[in-house]
Design a protein around this ligand. Structure first.
Ligand code: S3P
Length: 186
């Protein structure tokens, strides 16, 4: 399939603000917004914790990959992903082939504080969620760093400020055209 425009994919740890910054980018650019967690939840007709509990993390991951495959479009789109999207090679290949990949990061305490605001993270339902979070983050940071086109530290930014920072960076990468999204290198 020929791609006429690249998408903006937001990756990063739980609590990085992918969904909320994605919503700000959507409002500011008018591009469509897709959220892999929402797609998977609606396919199963249940919440993410229910999917993990009733079907397993493996089934969730398979559905996440299917959602990414189905998202390949010719239109540039904002795509908010789940924090574990970088765990599978096929996911990375799909994202890299059609998107500018933006890593939303923050300092660990900030990420953990944000991630634990909601009880909707099955991976943090452990005896020591703080320690679990630290282990997952330690394992994933190199993966995010490896796949991202650039990183935005949101520790002291609001969601709107993070969106503005992303768009400014994209414009610097692609100063001329109307679209803030750099064209795919041929
Ligand atoms: C996950 C993060 C969640 C969700 C699922 C697994 C992870 O999304 O996809 O609970 O492996 O980090 P958020 O990053 O939006 O919390």
């Amino acid at each position: 399939m020929k791609r006429v425009s690249r998408s903006i994919v937001l990756i990063g740890m739980m609590g990085a603000g992918k969904s909320s910054v994605g919503a700000c980018l959507h409002r500011r650019t008018g591009l469509g917004l897709l959220d892999t967690d929402e797609i998977v939840a609606s396919k199963f007709g249940m919440s993410i914790p229910e999917i993990f509990a009733e079907h397993s993390e493996k089934k969730f991951r398979e559905a996440e990959t299917k959602a990414l495959r189905s998202m390949q479009t010719e239109e540039g789109t904002i795509i908010a992903t789940g924090g574990g999207v970088v765990l599978h090679k096929e996911n990375i290949e799909i994202l890299r082939s059609q998107a500018v990949i933006v890593w939303l990061d923050a300092d660990e305490e900030t990420l953990f504080a944000r991630a634990s605001r909601k009880q909707s993270r099955p991976l943090l339902q452990t005896k020591n969620p703080r320690k679990t979070f630290s282990q997952i983050l330690g394992a994933r940071r190199p993966l995010y760093a490896n796949i991202a086109d650039f990183r935005v530290d949101t520790s002291v930014l609001t969601d709107e400020e993070a969106a503005v920072a992303i768009l400014a960076k994209l414009r610097r990468m692609n100063p001329k055209p109307k679209s803030p999204i750099p064209a795919k290198a041929s």
